[in-house]
Design a protein around this ligand. Structure first.
Ligand SMILES: NC(=O)c1ccc[n+]([C@@H]2O[C@H](COP(=O)([O-])OP(=O)(O)OC[C@H]3O[C@@H](n4cnc5c(N)ncnc54)[C@H](OP(=O)(O)O)[C@@H]3O)[C@@H](O)[C@H]2O)c1
Length: 345
C-alpha cells in the first residue's frame, strides 16, 4: 500500500478536500500508524481561519489512535499490530491525524489497553498533553506549574491537602486536568461547568463543581467557603480574556495560573505567575515529559486512573471533519467529536 486518502486543507483558509496522497515511511524512532480514529480539536478550525502555513495543501489533526503497520529503525517498545495512541503535530504533515496513515514518534506513542476503543483513545492525546505540560515540571521553555508528576515514582498523592481551581472542567482539557490533579492528591479540586455536567466531572475527581453561569463575585465567595487554603494552582482550560481575568483573581499570591491560549490578563502583579503552554507531547520541547508520561500511560488507562472523554463518532470518515469542526467552533458540551479515517469513501 503506497497511497491513501488524506483530508487536505487545499490552500490558506480552506477549503477541505479529500484526495489521494502518499503513505509516509517511518524513519528511525518512528512508527507508521493505520489511523482508526482521529479526534477533532478547536485548534483545527482556528488554524484554518487564522494561521497561514508555509506549504499547501496541508494536513491537520492532532489526536490519533490506530494500529502499528510498520516500525522504523531502533524502535523496540512497539510492534506491528499494536493498538496505539499518539499526538499528531501541526505543521508536520506526515505526523498529522486527518489521513488514513500517519507517523508517530515511538517514545510518545503508547499501547491502548483492551478496556478502551480506538474512538475513546483518540480523545486523549491533546487534552492529556495540555493538562500534563501545564501542571508538571519538564524543563520546557514555556515552564509549567512546576509540580512533580503523579505517574513517576512516589508522585501519587504528593499534593494532598492542596487546593486547585480549574476553569472549564467539562472541556476536554479540563477533564484531564481534573484527573491528573486527583492523581497528584489535590483536594479540594474545584471547577466550573454547566450544572448538567456536574455528576460526570465528580466521577473524574472534581470535589466541587460550581455553576459557570454564576457571577464572579459569587463564585469567589463559594471557593472561599470551600477552602481557606490559598489556591496556588489555577488552570484556565478555556482561557478566554474574561476567564483569564477571573482565574487570575482566584489565584493566590505565590501561585501559578496555567493558560492554554495567549495571555490576556490586563493588570498583573509580580507575585502571581502566568504560564502559557502548548499541549503536545510529540513536539520537541515537550518530548521529555511526553516520553515519561507515555511510558506509564497504558497502565494509567488500564487501571482507569485516566479516563477518556465522552465520544461522538462523526459520519463519512474524513469527509465528516469539516462539518464536525463547525460544531466544535459553535461549542460542544462534554463530548469529543471523532472521525474514522478508514471509513472514508
Ligand atoms: N495551548 C494548547 O496547546 C491547547 C491545547 C488544547 C486546547 N487548547 C484550547 O483550549 C480551549 C479548550 O479546548 P478543549 O478542546 O478542551 O475545548 P472543548 O472540549 O471543545 O470545550 C467545550 C467545553 O468548554 C466549556 N466552556 C466553554 N466556555 C466556558 C466558560 N466560560 N467557563 C467554563 N467552561 C466553559 C463547556 O462547558 P459546559 O459544557 O460545562 O458548559 C464545554 O463543555 C480551546 O480554546 C482550545 O483552542 C489549547
Amino acid at each position: 500500500m503506497s497511497q491513501q486518502k488524506i483530508l487536505y486543507v487545499v490552500e490558506k483558509h480552506g477549503p477541505f478536500e479529500v484526495r489521494t496522497g502518499p503513505v509516509p515511511t517511518p524513519g528511525a524512532g518512528e512508527v507508521l500508524l493505520k489511523v482508526q480514529a482521529a479526534a477533532l480539536n478547536p485548534a483545527d478550525w482556528k488554524i484554518v481561519e487564522y494561521v497561514v502555513f508555509e506549504k499547501y495543501p496541508m494536513i491537520l489533526g492532532a489526536d490519533a489512535a490506530g494500529v502499528v503497520e510498520e516500525v522504523g529503525e531502533g524502535v523496540t517498545n512497539l510492534r506491528k499490530g499494536d493498538r496505539v495512541l499518539t499526538n499528531g503535530l501541526y505543521g508536520e504533515y506526515e505526523h498529522s491525524a486527518f489521513q488514513q496513515y500517519m507517523l508517530g514518534y515511538a517514545n510518545v506513542t503508547a499501547k491502548i489497553p483492551d478496556n478502551l476503543s480506538f474512538e475513546e483513545a483518540a480523545t486523549i492525546p491533546v487534552g492529556l498533553a495540555t493538562a500534563a505540560v501545564g501542571l508538571f515540571y519538564h524543563g520546557a521553555e514555556s515552564g509549567s506549574a512546576g509540580l512533580y508528576p503523579p505517574w513517576e515514582t512516589d508522585g501519587r498523592g504528593k499534593y494532598t491537602g492542596e487546593a486547585i481551581f480549574i476553569v472549564g472542567g467539562a472541556s476536554s482539557v479540563g477533564q484531564y486536568v481534573i484527573q491528573l490533579a486527583k492523581l497528584a492528591g489535590f483536594s479540594p479540586i474545584i471547577t466550573t461547568a454547566s450544572p448538567h455536567n456536574a455528576v460526570s466531572l465528580e466521577g473524574l475527581g472534581a470535589t466541587h463543581v460550581l455553576d459557570r453561569n454564576l457571577s464572579e463575585d459569587v463564585l469567589i465567595e463559594k471557593i472561599r467557603d470551600i477552602t481557606s487554603a490559598p489556591v496556588k494552582v489555577v488552570f484556565d482550560a478555556i482561557s478566554l480574556p474574561e476567564t483569564q481575568e477571573f482565574a487570575y483573581r482566584v489565584l493566590a499570591p505565590g501561585g501559578t495560573l496555567v493558560i492554554d491560549l495567549e495571555a490576556q490578563v490586563k493588570s498583573t502583579t509580580a507575585d502571581k505567575r502566568i504560564i502559557y503552554i502548548i499541549g503536545n507531547t510529540s513536539m520537541a520541547a515537550n518530548r521529555k515529559l511526553g516520553a515519561s508520561l507515555y511510558s506509564k500511560l497504558t497502565s494509567l488507562l488500564e487501571e482507569g486512573a485516566v479516563k477518556p472523554n465522552r465520544v461522538e463518532v462523526l459520519p463519512n470518515g474524513l469527509r465528516g471533519v469539516a462539518d464536525g469542526l463547525q460544531r466544535v467552533k459553535k461549542g460542544v458540551s462534554n463530548v469529543k467529536l471523532v472521525a474514522l479515517p478508514q471509513e472514508t469513501v
